[in-house]
Design a binder for this molecule. Structure first.
Ligand code: SF4
Length: 963
């Protein structure tokens, strides 16, 4: 970070101590691992951050009793935040006397977050002390969903669930067992557990989140996530703010600011003036779904102006394959490649892009030139947003990556690398082989290219009679509320022939847990073990989420066998739960499951949680040496600092890594495309006479031309394309009041469905009105606070209008993460955020919800609960959305066509209506848009495509009997 000269006023203010002295030497110089400084220097830089040798005895005055001086003595234990995927470092301040966690601050030893957090990190303390949290295992009484529960022992829960799983596996009903996860949080743990049971039982939330963008990136270079090097970039382009207000929020945001301080320019494409857009040099308020048209116009300008990186295009794209397939009449020369691309995109003029998107042609041209001039130092990101919202949304990431390819920014310093280059993968003990099962409830043959499990379709596939779930775990997962079409989820959960046993693993009540058989409380961020590693910059790190009271107890000489001994109530940690459950499924080892969960150090005995992590940490490059230097074990090192930097910055251009002589033994080079093959597997490519690893695609290069798309029946999308969305202006009838609703953003202080138990966060953000431009509001006669009825394809919700210049005219938006509810009969939970609602289903297939009361102050052991001043808990919008899976990527396309109208007499704020029969019809309509497997060789999916929890290759082939 560069040193900024203080102004005259700042100088005086710093000198007399009115503001902290931010300009003292080194304060702004820090740009890497904090361990390059002495502890004193670190403490000085972070003003009061305690140096590690004082972490077992840190004295501070209690601010709550000011002006009295009351000394408090803390133990400080690091962990990581669980309130988004970034896993920033936290440090828990534990009262040494009472062993209670009092607050959370950042961890300067964490290379991703470097001591900084967003509002959600410190709010972890709210979740820990939430008076409504679940402390004991519960079993339902009465009918599922009736709201009656009884406390049970962990043994009863574990034995009941284990017996049912054992029976299903023994009866070869593996596909009836599933673990469905929202926020995973752990690196590799369930990849160890589920294949050890031999099941294809993983289901994720990714197809309502990021799989569209992942698909677009994967087609290009075999990696599905970008890792932009913002701090070193000269130009940064973000498709929407959703990344910076949700995903990798703080680690990326701080590096974007660093880049800007060094002169980088930032452009944001978003129909909403988000926080990020407001900090940008260019705001491009594009019409939703037209982003790819704008990006292709930029690509055309870069090509026409000769601003492309010739070396990169020539060496690292499969241009010869493209010319041979698409321009067989032309000679295979690089010049013809450029000419063919210009011809291919000639319709994408800036004027055409302006017509589609509403972004001024002049601005598109200016940004394109700036990107071309930034060259390799062009960083970009598209995650959810446009990729998660539109039919063909995956094409946005594909067209964005096209710009990185044209400029040679792929993997370059200041450019955008594949995420996997900056991510650690653990080596687990006793690893299982890939399962020999393929679960068509997760990966149905209609969606052979779907990048993740078709989780949004699970209730419809069950409704259509295509299987059942005998044992179903929901974990940090709340589909009734988060997913589209929550009432269909509810219908299926209520039907015990569809969901035999539903265990909700959750620290807090949620709308899905109300429909479980067992509610099993699991630890929050500071109450569980996980490994984290994310691509936050051009380096690689590993962080350790740990139960802080367990670590404090260890330091205090107290032996703890299980984490639940130190957690509040009987809150378990999940890792120990899965080990315990696995032993009970296979108590005598005869099923071949137990052996995976035996200690690698004490043969035949049950692995402990310390052994699992010690085994992994021993195998982290560089960590044994660092631990040895301090005379401690690798596990103790991670428990002490909470993180370790495996590879500092400068990890660029890994596609150019040479193959070793050993690797090259016995290889052959394909004459057609220079791919190097060994034992039938592609391992590299010849580039400029050198044998290098390349990218994990069939050509080992960036694939401008995708033979895979041709082979799998989508030849029209063989090259980067603009696909008109399902909410394109052409398909909306403005005369009927049809608009596009953007429901994909959230306020930066909220966490999907998990901020309801964090009072500070709910206090900041507790409503989700409809954002509407003043011109649209005037047309309708709306003013801020007026009620508006939003009619979707399957029902409606009634919300309030917020008139704001921050919205593109002709588009409306509504934040998700608000509109939480509970029914009268439900256990109290999330009372900081939930409305009490009435749900009526007296007519089959017709669901109505109305708000009985908003948020109210309540009595609890937290005095703040009586001080609640907000009343309005917002409206649940997602439940009124139909499922719209993109027929190629499988991504749910979140944007909605809505018909806006004024509510009728008797219709009230918060009213919701949904027709689930109609939603099932829409599921069928979208299913009919697919081009099902088999593909070439009878495959159900391209072998080179990544797949979560990838099964054995033999399962990729559809058997004759299944066709
Ligand atoms: S960005 Fe915020 S919510 Fe996400 S891990 Fe960091 S501190 Fe937690």
């Amino acid at each position: 970070m560069g040193y900024k000269k203080p102004s005259f006023i700042e100088n005086i203010a710093e000198k007399i101590g009115i503001i902290p002295n931010l300009h003292k030497e080194k304060y702004q110089e820090f740009d890497g691992d904090m361990r390059q400084f002495s502890d004193e220097e670190v403490a000085q830089m972070y003003e009061n951050f305690p140096p590690p040798e004082k972490w077992d005895h840190w004295e501070e005055y209690n601010p709550k009793v000011w002006p009295k001086k009351e000394k408090k003595i803390y133990q400080i234990v690091p962990t990581t935040c669980f309130n988004c995927e970034s896993a920033c470092g936290l440090t828990a301040f534990i009262d040494k006397e009472t062993q209670e966690v009092k607050k959370f601050e950042g961890n300067p030893y964490h290379p991703g977050s470097r001591g900084r957090n967003c509002a959600k990190g410190p709010a972890t303390i709210n979740q820990v002390t939430d008076p409504d949290r679940i402390l004991y295992p519960l079993k339902r009484k009465g009918k599922r969903g009736e709201g009656d529960w009884e406390r049970i022992s962990w043994d009863e829960a574990l034995d009941t669930i284990a017996a049912r799983i054992r029976k299903a596996i023994k009866e070869d009903r593996h596909n009836e067992i599933a673990y469905h996860v929202g926020r995973p949080g752990a690196e590799g743990f369930m990849n160890w557990v589920l294949p050890s049971w031999g099941i294809d039982g993983h289901n994720s939330h990714t197809n309502i989140c990021s799989s569209g963008a992942r698909f677009g990136y994967n087609l290009w270079y075999g990696y599905d996530r970008p890792s932009p090097d913002h701090a070193e970039a000269k130009f940064i382009l973000l498709i929407s703010a959703h990344l910076e207000s949700g995903h990798y929020f703080n680690p990326h945001a701080q590096r974007i600011i660093e880049g800007k301080m060094k002169g980088a320019k930032l452009a944001t494409m978003d129909p909403r003036l988000s926080n990020t857009a407001s900090m940008s040099d260019y705001w491009m308020p594009s019409y939703p779904g037209t982003e790819a048209a704008v990006l292709l116009a930029m690509a055309l300008i870069i090509l026409q102006e000769g601003l492309y990186n010739r070396d990169y295009l020539e060496n690292w794209t499969n241009w010869q394959e493209y010319l041979k397939a698409r321009h067989a009449d032309k000679e295979v020369t690089f010049e013809n490649y450029i000419a063919a691309m210009i011809e291919e995109y000639e319709e994408f003029t800036p004027e055409f892009a302006e017509k589609e998107s509403g972004v001024k042609a002049e601005m598109i041209k200016e940004i394109a030139v700036k990107i071309g001039e930034a060259g390799e130092r062009f960083a970009s990101h598209n995650w959810r947003s446009a990729g998660a919202s539109n039919l063909g949304g995956w094409a946005v990431a594909r067209c964005l990556h096209f710009l990185s390819v044209l400029t040679g920014a792929v993997g370059a310093k200041g450019g955008t690398s594949p995420n996997s280059w900056n991510k650690f993968k653990p080596t687990v003990p006793n690893p299982p082989k890939p399962q020999k099962k393929w679960n068509e409830l997760h990966f149905p043959n209609e969606y052979p290219l779907a990048f993740f499990e078709m989780s949004q379709l699970l209730p419809h596939l069950l409704k259509a009679g295509r299987g059942k779930m005998d044992v179903y775990f929901s974990r940090v997962f709340n589909p009734v509320w988060t997913y589209p079409d929550g009432f269909t989820w509810m219908e299926m959960f209520m039907d015990e022939t569809k969901f035999g046993l539903h265990a909700a693993l959750t620290p807090t009540w949620n709308e899905t847990a109300f429909f479980a058989d067992f509610v099993l409380p699991m630890g929050l961020a500071s109450e569980r073990h996980d490994i984290n590693s994310y691509a936050t910059h051009g380096g690689t790190w590993i962080a350790f989420r740990q139960p802080v009271l367990r670590e404090a107890a260890r330091r205090n000489g107290k032996k703890v066998e299980f984490t639940h001994e130190v957690n509040p109530g009987e809150v378990w940690e999940e890792d120990e739960f899965w080990i315990e459950l696995s032993w009970r499924i296979d108590p005598d080892g005869s099923m071949g499951i137990r052996k995976h969960f035996e200690s690698p150090y004490r043969p035949g005995e049950k692995i402990t949680i310390e052994e699992y992590y010690q085994y992994i940490f021993e195998r982290v490059e560089g960590l044994p040496k660092a631990a040895k230097k301090e005379g401690i074990t690798e596990l103790e090192y991670m428990s002490k600092y909470g993180a370790f930097e495996i590879e500092k910055g400068e990890s660029y251009n890994k596609n150019e890594n040479p193959l070793s002589e050993e690797q090259l033994k016995g290889t052959v080079v394909d004459k057609d495309n220079d791919v190097i093959r060994k034992n039938g597997k592609d391992i590299g490519v010849m580039v400029n006479g050198k044998a290098v690893v390349g990218f994990p695609t069939p050509s080992r290069k960036n694939e401008f031309y995708s033979q895979t798309m041709v082979d799998w029946k989508w030849p029209e999308y063989a090259t980067p394309t603009y696909i008109k969305s399902h909410i394109h202006n052409d398909v909306l009838d403005k005369s009927k009041g049809e608009y596009v609703l953007v429901p994909t953003f959230r306020l930066p202080t909220l966490i999907h469905s998990r901020s309801g138990n964090a009072k500070w966060l709910v206090e900041i953000s507790n409503r989700n009105p409809i954002w509407m431009h003043p011109d649209d509001a005037a047309k309708w006669g709306f003013k801020t606070g007026d009620l508006v009825k939003m009619n979707t394809d399957i029902g409606y919700f009634i919300d309030k209008v917020w008139v704001t210049q921050s919205m593109k005219p002709g588009v409306v938006a509504c934040s998700h993460h608000i509109g939480r509810w509970r029914r009268e009969q439900d256990k109290t939970g999330n009372r900081w955020a939930t409305n009490t609602v009435n749900i009526d289903n007296s007519e089959k297939g017709k669901w109505k919800m109305s708000t009985k009361s908003g948020i109210k102050p309540f009595e609890s052991n937290d005095k703040d609960s009586k001080r609640i001043f907000w009343k309005d808990g917002g409206v649940h919008q997602n439940i009124t959305h139909a499922v719209h899976p993109d027929p190629i990527s499988g991504m749910h396309t979140w944007h909605q066509r809505v018909r806006i109208e004024k509510p009728k007499e008797g219709e009230n704020y918060g009213d919701i209506m949904v027709d689930t029969d109609r939603s099932h019809e829409i599921f069928k309509e979208w299913l009919a848009m697919t081009r099902p497997a088999p593909g070439p060789d009878g495959l159900r999916r391209p072998l080179w495509f990544k797949r979560a929890f990838r099964p054995d290759d033999s399962t990729y082939y559809i058997k004759e009997s299944e066709k």
